[in-house]
Design a protein around this ligand. Sequence first.
Ligand code: HEC
Ligand code: HEC
Ligand code: HEC
Ligand code: HEC
Length: 444
Amino acid sequence: MKKILLVSTILCVSTFLVSFLNTPKYKYSDFETPKYCGTTCHRDIYNQWSQAMMSQSYTHEWDEIEYFALALPHARLDEKVAEVEAGCNGCHAPLALLTGDIPPKPPSAGTRANEGVSCEVCHLISGFEGDIPYNFNYVIKPGKTKYNSRIGEVGSPVHKIEVNPIMKTGDFCGICHNEKSPYGVWVKSTHLEWKEGPYAKENVHCQDCHMPRAQSIKAAMGKVYPDVRQHIFAGAHDPSKVRGTIELKVYPDHSECEPGDALKLTVTLYNQKTGHKFPTGSVEDRLVWLELVAIDGNGTKYHIPVSRKGFPGEEYTISTKTLAYQDMGIPLKDPNFKGLERDDIPEGNRIFRMPYFDPQGRMTIQQWNTSSLGVDYRIGPRETKIENFTFHIPDKIKSKELTFKATLYYQLLVSSVGKYLKVPEEEYRPFEVNTAYAKIKIID
Ligand code: HEC
Ligand code: HEC
Ligand code: HEC
Ligand code: HEC
């Protein structure tokens, strides 16, 4: 038994490392810079990519803080997670991994790690190792051959183009959009969620929603194509992408009430936009929550807590003031670190999330230190969730009318963590995904 356990642990850990250790070491100069691709030919695509998270995957502040303040010190203190010193870079700074520049210097040093997920990274990938794309298991080789899903009418004067059918599929994206922790837990599964959902079955791929086709020029040769993949990669950092993801409706069980009545309200949440779950990806960081308030004719507001459904693990889906994230004390080298507020939003609201737990069973935002997952209470593609509320109409209410307002909020990062680690405020400023209203009359 012991032997089997040992073997399976080794297998588990090694999957993360295999692609790294077997990777030949290249030099940064073996890869073209995005600037070269952009200024010689692909100006529009370069400008789009420069504004996308792909170009900032190594340099943007929260990534820098999480790698240098938490993951790297943790990797050096705990053998179990040592592999992430290199591993984080497999997706966030692939050139650094491929050239053995580990750990890369911080973004301020201006090395080529800063290029993040560059043109060369994606256009030199010929496929992936094994059956499932995950943990940067790409097969990549620098050189004159660049891959695309098709060959245009005009060839390239500076490189060869070879057709690689995988580039028009979600599997290509899964190489970096699925991640297993050193404990063998799926801590990122955007591609797997998509694959199991309705869109993959309908042949709608990641590219169709994140790289929409439009009439434009794709290179300097001036030929206008009707259907060029726009490299905009809009995602969670683009409020315009997130807004309206969920359609909200709220309806009460009566349209007229007397003071003292108990009114039941129902909120429906229909996921009309994502091809995977919402939230997806860095689920350990993201907060999506529903708030319902009643507002009387004088503008007085009453917050209405969600009714409990009683499923196992539900406590993680209802906002509280309890502390969590104690394992941040390991990299911070503070054994007395008490943790931070788990949710840092008004109490009693429904949160759509999946909690990640460290080996001690405490909720964590350190996805590399995740050894188990809790209840998955996110909203699947085209899924509808229903939430119930009860509002006791105040006995002394002076108003003839009550308005109910349901709001679904989105936040990239739990604000207590953001504040503590001095992440720029825009990374955890909440914004509205959607709102819905209902009205009732008060009669005596
Ligand atoms: C995250 C991966 C990724 C990055 C980064 C990326 N591309 Fe692409 N690119 C793709 C994929 C995937 C396709 C093909 C999509 C399809 O056909 O469904 C593509 C298509 C293209 C095409 C062909 C468009 C067409 O309509 O045939 C060009 C040209 C191109 N990319 C240039 C670039 C340049 C230049 C950069 C850097 C500024 C870049 N790409 C960065 C993934 C990427
Ligand atoms: C080589 C690894 C790699 C590949 C391949 C890749 N991505 Fe990404 N992608 C990343 C990384 C890393 C980020 C995160 C940037 C950050 O926030 O630090 C990212 C960010 C994104 C974002 C923005 C998310 C946000 O929070 O705003 C979208 C959308 C996205 N990728 C879609 C795709 C699609 C679609 C494909 C396939 C065509 C793809 N990616 C292929 C590594 C990759
Ligand atoms: C039907 C359209 C659709 C498809 C298909 C789709 N997405 Fe998305 N995606 C969205 C929308 C809308 C959002 C914004 C809401 C959100 O953050 O989930 C989003 C968000 C994202 C984000 C940001 C998540 C975060 O919290 O950082 C990433 C990354 C992403 N998608 C990658 C992918 C990948 C990879 C695939 C394919 C495996 C894919 N998407 C398929 C619509 C789609
Ligand atoms: C298998 C690829 C992969 C690996 C390995 C990986 N990441 Fe990521 N990471 C991503 C992708 C893709 C995103 C962005 C989209 C999303 O949220 O899924 C992301 C998002 C993030 C974000 C959130 C960015 C934001 O602005 O919200 C941080 C921080 C981050 N990663 C840090 C790390 C650290 C630190 C490590 C190593 C312990 C690591 N990542 C390992 C692929 C990876």
